[in-house]
Design a protein around this ligand. Sequence first.
Ligand SMILES: C[S@@+](CC[C@H](N)C(=O)[O-])C[C@H]1O[C@@H](n2cnc3c(N)ncnc32)[C@H](O)[C@@H]1O
Length: 288
Amino acid sequence: MPETSYLTVKNFDSERYHSVRPSYPQSLVDKIMAYHDGSCDELIDIGCGTGISTVLFASHFKHVVGLDPSDSMLNVAKEKFPEMSWANVNGDELVKGGIQPESVDMAVGGESIHWCDLDKVFQQVNQVLKPKGTFAFWFYVQPEFIELSREAHDLYVKYCYSDEYMGKYLTAFQRNFFVTFGGKDMVQKLQSYGFKDIEHEVVNEFTDKGLYTNTKTPAFLMEGTITLNDFLQFVKSWSLYTSWTRDHPGEPDIAEKFVSELKDACGVKTMDEPLKIEWATFYYLCRK
Ligand SMILES: C[S@@+](CC[C@H](N)C(=O)[O-])C[C@H]1O[C@@H](n2cnc3c(N)ncnc32)[C@H](O)[C@@H]1O
């Protein structure tokens, strides 16, 4: 399992995470629910964090439980959504964590399973799902500043993915996972763990010919505006940023350096100017 500051840094700022991270569009929830072919009794959310993904399914299932190995994240989830169920369970060890085999109608993971060992989590999800149960996982990769020059994208790649900067806290597997929207072997891997009817959507892959989307009516389109002040807080909510700050005490703040470089390179006048963004996103849907 890759090391993450969500778990290892005692003062990881889960409150900030909750206040600055985006939620997911209703169209994604609708897509997942339309795909689901079975009962709606039990849902588990793997790597639920502060509950941003979990709450979206509360009205669809009789019982929804958010699972995460980080007490810091779970404490915020409990405070924000006290009426819901939360448990400290690692995605790699669902059965050991108390989830019964063949007891779950749907397992979801929003922006989370890259922190698990994919072989373990896929095996575990398959074991706890009822026959025909749904497994849905999805990610936002990065915001694309659609009115700024490509330098905005290149700077994101430099600060988030390169070994020189915060990317050194990603494993090679994680970097490849994000850059290739799950990787070329994902369908085969899911099939090898017994999943079928696999659906995969990519939105806003960055290519030399512009942003590419593999469907005409994407269900997972995340768009809006963001100021550089908001973006700075978003970068500061990364576990990568917390790890960097822990390991570089006394150095200039890496998130501020990143955003200031982006501001200058792209000629953004102020930190409060609303900038149009579309997120690069992807999801996988499959069933047992
Ligand atoms: C980026 S957050 C996503 C939280 C939430 N699902 C959301 O959409 O905002 C990733 C979460 O994965 C959790 N995580 C890390 N390792 C994990 C593991 N092995 N199993 C399950 N969750 C894990 C972290 O603690 C963190 O809460």
